[in-house]
Design a protein around this ligand. Sequence first.
Ligand SMILES: NC(=O)c1ccc[n+]([C@@H]2O[C@H](COP(=O)([O-])OP(=O)(O)OC[C@H]3O[C@@H](n4cnc5c(N)ncnc54)[C@H](OP(=O)(O)O)[C@@H]3O)[C@@H](O)[C@H]2O)c1
Length: 236
Amino acid sequence: MTSPFDLTGRTAVVTGASRGIGAGIATALAEAGADVVRVARSGADISADLATADGALDLVAQLDALGRPIDILINNAGIAERNPAEHHTIQQWDVTLAVDLTAPFLLARELGGRMLERGSGKIIFLGSMMTWQGGRNVVSYAAAKSGVAGVVHALANEWADRGVNVNALAPGYIETDLTSGAHTDPERRETFRQRIPAGRWGTPADLGGAAVFLSSAASDYVHGVVLPVDGGWLVR
Ligand SMILES: NC(=O)c1ccc[n+]([C@@H]2O[C@H](COP(=O)([O-])OP(=O)(O)OC[C@H]3O[C@@H](n4cnc5c(N)ncnc54)[C@H](OP(=O)(O)O)[C@@H]3O)[C@@H](O)[C@H]2O)c1
């Protein structure tokens, strides 16, 4: 019997797959059998700059040109601009909302629309602990990642009965370039570690299992969930 987690024959697009969590998710999906198209500004299969709507729509055109249906969209590319709220600039606000919220919505609208026509598909956004918490000095990131939950809920409501699953992963504190300011500073690294019930920082590979689950038939009745993969951070 085929495993419900098997992704053989599915084509997956992972944005922000050149490094970090996106690279970890791309590897996990490939290991589960998927044909994975990796996207980033550089160092990936397809180059796209998701800081503008035109860049997101250009990515859709590049994917259409591949001539094969996209079964799985992982909206992973993301940035965080750090600056106290009273000094946060409009440029920092705009670029964060563009990459972390607007581009994921546009990709979901376009590729999700094609999935609706076929009656099947899986879309996974990336939330964060900032989907629920405020953090410090990341007001634009908190706004974008809270917004991701709203988009996921709305799309799930509209698309759940049409064969398309929309969900999100919410990583805790994962060792990547995005968090290097914290995990490469021994003191800050240890402060975070002590607050994580699992007793360690996460790695990109830690997101793999949940990503495969939400991409596979195993999650066919799961809609509108923002799934923490956080070593227990939220329940501390
Ligand atoms: N690390 C964590 O602890 C953590 C926690 C919660 C949520 N997350 C979320 O997980 C996702 C991945 O984060 P990460 O930690 O893996 O970050 P990362 O290591 O900094 O990697 C970010 C990825 O996004 C791509 N990217 C950045 N700006 C882009 C743009 N304008 N256009 C296209 N691609 C772009 C980068 O490639 P290029 O620079 O080559 O374009 C890279 O592949 C993000 O959505 C982030 O918010 C991370």
